[in-house]
Design a protein around this ligand. Structure first.
Ligand code: M7G
Length: 302
């Protein structure tokens, strides 16, 4: 069942604001489409300026002085988008949205977690198993059912070492400053970094080398301009790697300490200690709406 975004937005009945972030310039709305929950995620694009032909007067439609003092002038303005062909915003829709989706996007208190190997074995691993099914259907659609294949940047079909590299749904595919690719591995036996050990080093090294070479040849960006990382906890438990322009700072918690771990650091840690991710405590932050936070034993063990 395919829907067009126009149709979904046209039928969207607003219910409440889940989150309104002034810094990230994002607004997340909850509503109903055909009596089913739906999430609409709005994000204002940042300025996409063509150095050669840019005239600031062309994009400012109304300017009204608020005040001035000495050499300082501040005004309100109606600003149009910098390049006429560039999108001024991005709209993501999740429909039908599950309770987990709603909770993920909702404003919530966050807590610092020190996850011991025992907490992982007792609470996190069973939680991960329970989250597989439908929650990562989109991953299997990409890997095995040709979904989004028209956008693939690269597809290596080898079942053990292969992967898909494709534009992440966070990227508008236009603005290079916010370049965001997602690399999803074909193998299904690695849910998170907790499953990695030294036997995966060459697999990860090969992955990293290929991701960087392909990204840099496809887009005019250099290797030292990329942030290549994984999340712990990730939202989806199937190994995937985030490949993002370093310039892209507007990612809030997505690139923060306590969530993002550089792929190079993962490899380096495995080189130093073979079972690094099995034996150590992992520190991260977690929203109160996260399924793990709902587990009393997990909260008490923290
Ligand atoms: P994550 O670390 O599991 O969670 O990353 P996060 O979403 O909290 O960052 C999953 C990544 O996959 C994110 O960067 C998502 O934007 C991206 N993503 C999620 N979905 C459902 C899709 C999708 O259907 N298509 C594509 N191309 N990317 C997706």
């Amino acid at each position: 069942m395919e829907h067009s975004p126009e149709e979904l937005i046209g039928n969207f009945q607003f219910q409440r604001i889940l989150k309104n972030d002034p810094k990230e310039k994002t607004l997340v709305l909850l509503g109903l489409i055909d009596n089913k929950d739906a999430i609409v995620f709005l994000e204002k694009s940042h300025f996409n300026v063509d150095q050669g032909s840019f005239k600031v007067g062309d994009i400012i439609k109304e300017i009204r002085l608020i005040n001035n003092n000495d050499v300082y002038f501040w005004s309100s303005a109606l600003i149009e988008h910098s390049l006429p062909e560039a999108p001024s915003g991005k709209v993501n829709i999740i429909y039908p949205a599950t309770e987990t989706h709603i909770k993920k996007y909702e404003e919530q208190k966050i807590h610092y977690i020190t996850e011991t190997p025992e907490m992982y074995a007792t609470y996190v691993k069973p939680y991960i198993e329970s989250m597989k099914g439908d929650r990562i259907k989109w991953v299997y659609n990409i890997l095995f059912h040709g979904k989004e294949s028209e956008t693939f940047v690269y597809h290596d079909k080898d079942p053990d070492n292969g992967f898909v590299l494709l534009p992440d749904m966070k990227w508008d595919k236009v603005n290079m400053d916010s370049l965001y690719l997602c690399c999803i591995v074909n193998r299904c036996d690695i849910s998170s970094i907790r499953d990695l050990n030294s036997s995966h080093i060459s697999f990860l090294e090969n992955l990293k080398k290929k991701i960087i070479t392909i990204t840099c040849t496809t887009y005019s960006i250099k290797a030292d301009e990329l942030r290549v990382f994984v999340h712990y906890q990730p939202s989806y438990y199937h190994l995937h790697i985030h490949v993002v322009n370093l310039m892209h700072q507007g990612l809030g918690n997505g690139i923060a300490a306590g969530r993002a771990i550089l792929l190079d650091d993962v490899i380096e840690n495995l080189r130093l200690v073979s079972d690094y991710y099995q034996v150590r405590n992992l520190n991260y932050f977690l929203g109160e709406n996260h399924g793990l936070w709902a587990i009393e034993g997990f909260r008490e063990a923290n």
